[in-house]
Design a protein around this ligand. Structure first.
Ligand code: ATP
Length: 309
């Protein structure tokens, strides 16, 4: 199963919340959806889950348009919104049973369906508790249980890890991995970038409604990014080499790592080459120059400008 976001646009008056975005993902894949506040993540996810309609463009689940066939799309999709359930005097079990009913799961199988989902999301021990008495992490698990009660092929999660403590975040991560192993296609937005990098097969980065990058993290072309991270080593004493590097105008940051120096250089590959030539010209005995791979956080900071929509 494939989800294809195709030239999606959603304008609110003059605000171009989503401005011609295209990307796709498939069964068994976890995709991180990353962007600063107001980038258009929630708007995209809401359209995917048929809770809003695009100004133009569409989203296809295989060949089914979510705009033309929202009922069909809803059966295939599970959505975990960023707002948690707030109903006060409803137990976890009644809450999940209600959603199982609303998806038309028949009486004789519904008990088993709810039991299985409660077991998977580790809710069996608290299923008689009222929602109002749950901690944030518990509510998050209830919200995930609700999203998967009808066994959807696609899961869309808006900021599921927000506000969770480290243990709850690890538990959530393990649940998402298990769901991907069940061959579900998962789109998950988050601001906790390091966490996404750990579980995601690929990443979609947007800002101000525009797509900046989409694909596997290790396949991102970073050659056009304004900051290059480099490791250099010379035969000169490392402290001396470090001080020489700091005096170069394009060096933004440097730190000694082992017998070499790691530095952020502002510019292109040409700048790296010119910098090495400059150092050799000053008599530095360079023996190693390596471009370091950016992690998701570095790439995100490097390509987004932090401007609000
Ligand atoms: N119903 C609406 N009416 C008017 N403007 C809206 C509406 N929904 C969203 N927007 C605007 O669209 C833009 C994108 O918002 P969206 O909630 O999709 O961003 P986001 O990436 O999910 O942000 P965050 O990380 O802060 O949740 C913002 O400028 C927002 O103010």
């Amino acid at each position: 199963m494939e989800v294809r976001v195709k030239n999606l646009k959603r304008y609110f008056g003059k605000t171009r919340a989503v401005d011609d975005i295209s990307f796709s993902f498939s069964s068994g894949e976890i995709v991180g959806f990353v962007g600063p506040n107001g980038a258009g993540k929630t708007t995209t996810m809401k359209i995917m889950c048929t809770m809003d309609e695009p100004t133009d463009g569409d989203i296809f689940i295989d060949d089914t348009s979510v705009v033309q066939y929202p009922e069909l799309a809803r059966r295939k999709l599970g959505f975990m919104p960023d707002a948690l359930p707030t109903h006060r005097d409803v137990s976890v079990d009644d809450y999940l049973d209600f959603f199982a009913r609303s998806f038309g799961i028949k009486n004789h199988v519904r008990r088993k369906v709810v039991d299985d989902v409660e077991e998977f999301t580790n809710l069996l021990g608290i299923r008689d508790k009222f929602l109002k008495d749950l901690s944030k992490g518990m509510k998050q698990r209830v919200s995930l249980a609700r999203a998967i009660i009808h066994d959807p092929h696609i899961l869309v999660l808006d900021e599921p890890a927000a506000g969770l403590d480290p243990r709850a975040r690890i538990e959530l991560r393990e649940l998402l991995k298990a769901l991907a192993q069940q061959n579900k296609a998962i789109l998950v937005s988050s601001h906790i970038l390091s966490e996404l990098a750990e579980i995601c097969d690929s990443t979609v980065i947007i800002e101000k409604g525009k797509l900046l990058r989409a694909g596997r993290l290790d396949s991102f072309d970073t050659s056009d990014l304004p900051i290059k991270r480099i490791y250099m080593r010379s035969l000169d004493p490392v402290d001396e080499f470090y001080r020489t590097l700091l005096q170069l105008p394009k060096v933004q940051r440097a730190k000694v790592v082992g017998s070499g120096v790691e530095l952020d250089l502002e510019g292109t590959d040409e700048t790296i080459s010119a910098t090495v030539a400059n150092l050799v010209g000053q008599g530095c005995k360079i023996v190693e120059v390596r471009t370091l791979k950016d992690n998701l956080e570095d790439i995100f900071m490097n390509i987004t400008k932090g401007e609000l929509n």
